[in-house]
Design a binder for this molecule. Structure first.
Ligand code: SF4
Ligand code: SF4
Length: 374
């Protein structure tokens, strides 16, 4: 049996989504036992309306929750948004309605506890929500999107939300500018959490300035797998992205993970391994690789966040989320200290009105000019 199932799906009609989700579970033989606690790890990075395609579509979450309930197991819909009040965000994204209608819990991933990690982990002390460790099974319900800092966010990256609240921002600060190091953290979380199954919502995902400020893109697919790394690396290729720009791939390659060798036999379902999605806009934030990575020029090789004052509503979320203390907000004006900025782009991610964009550094612009790169 292949490691990844791609199902063609071009809409969120609930009956069709139910069929697709059933097909995915049956394909991999995933079952639940009576009374088991099953945590559905959604993508609720922030409270956005479903139409923005930022969060996992509720139709997929509903289909999985009903399947868990039908087995006599106990589903819990959960995540930890970056900065928003969980209930308000979950209401906006359509998850509280599922909770009410099915009579199941939907709550925030809080209460950090130590995650047991592998011997080869880069980070030995990672704290995730106690609900993650208390669950008998975790079903990872991710969204297919581009991502300013990490290039792409799919199955593996979705588990970063298992870290409660502001602890996520601390990790950004601790890891700093080095994206491969951050990707190593994602691998450690993945190996520690070990979700039973991953379903990826790529029916309408996001491209451009993801994970919150991009544009919808109809990938028309649902991905299903036990090993999300294999799925993520295949999608990197299918999106026309370069592995050398994808920190998760580079970190996995450094650890000699077998998933880095793409094998067409690993794919099953409706989408050919040769498939390339046309016109996908990738983040403009990738680190320039023409020069060696030296700490003192790392900032100069990476795009910086800049303010678009005419779009700003003065909410202050950008400054509130900045763990590096590199950003101050006063009366709809932002003051960046680029010498402190770690290019995590959390400010961009949390801005509700796309009032922060990315700008290449002068060094990057100069090199691009001479090399003809975009
Ligand atoms: S200013 Fe933005 S990109 Fe820079 S460290 Fe703060 S949150 Fe991250
Ligand atoms: S830039 Fe965005 S997040 Fe920051 S204050 Fe303006 S609207 Fe709010």
């Amino acid at each position: 049996m292949g490691k990844v199932l791609f199902i063609s799906q071009d809409n969120y009609n609930q009956d069709e989504i139910d069929l697709a989700v059933n097909r995915a579970f049956n394909h991999f033989g995933i079952k639940f036992n009576t009374g088991e606690k099953v945590l559905l790890k959604i993508n609720l990075v922030a409270g956005h309306d479903v139409s923005k395609r930022v969060t996992t579509d509720p139709s997929i979450v509903r289909a999985v929750a009903e399947k868990v309930l039908a087995s006599g197991a106990v589903p819990l819909i959960a995540d930890s948004p970056g900065i928003d009040n969980f209930k308000a965000a979950a209401e906006k994204a359509g998850f509280m309605q599922i909770s009410r209608e099915l009579g199941i819990e939907c709550h925030e991933l809080t209460d950090p506890v130590d995650l047991p990690v592998n011997d080869d982990a880069d980070f030995k002390k990672i704290q995730v929500s106690k609900y993650v460790l208390e669950a008998d099974k975790i079903i990872n319900l991710a969204k297919l999107k581009t991502h300013g800092q990490m290039y792409l966010t799919m199955g593996t990256k979705n588990l970063f939300g298992c870290i409660p609240g502001r602890l996520k921002a601390s990790w950004h600060y601790n890891v700093g500018l080095n994206r491969e190091k951050f990707a190593g953290l994602l691998l450690d979380i993945w190996n520690g959490v070990k979700p039973t199954f991953t379903i990826l919502d790529g029916v309408i995902g996001m491209h451009g300035d993801g994970p919150t400020s991009g544009e919808p893109y109809n990938f028309n697919l649902i991905g299903a797998c036990v090993d999300a790394l294999t799925m993520d690396f295949w999608l990197c290729k299918m999106l026309g992205a370069k592995f050398e720009d994808y920190p998760l791939y580079l970190a996995a390659k450094k650890r000699n993970y077998p998933e880095c060798e793409l094998n067409p036999d690993d794919l099953e379902g409706d989408i050919s391994p040769e498939k390339i999605f046309e016109g996908v806009k990738l983040p403009k934030t990738r680190t320039m690789r023409l020069l060696p990575r030296l700490p003192f020029i790392e900032r100069l090789m990476t795009s910086r966040p800049v303010h678009i004052p005419e779009l700003c509503i003065g909410c202050g979320r950008c400054a509130a989320v900045c763990a590096a203390g590199a950003l101050k907000h006063e009366n709809k004006k932002l003051f960046f200290d680029y010498s402190k900025c770690i290019r995590c782009y959390c400010c961009h991610e949390m801005c509700p009105v796309k009032a922060i964009e990315f700008k290449p550094s002068r060094l990057v612009s100069l090199v691009n000019k001479f090399t003809g790169s975009k």
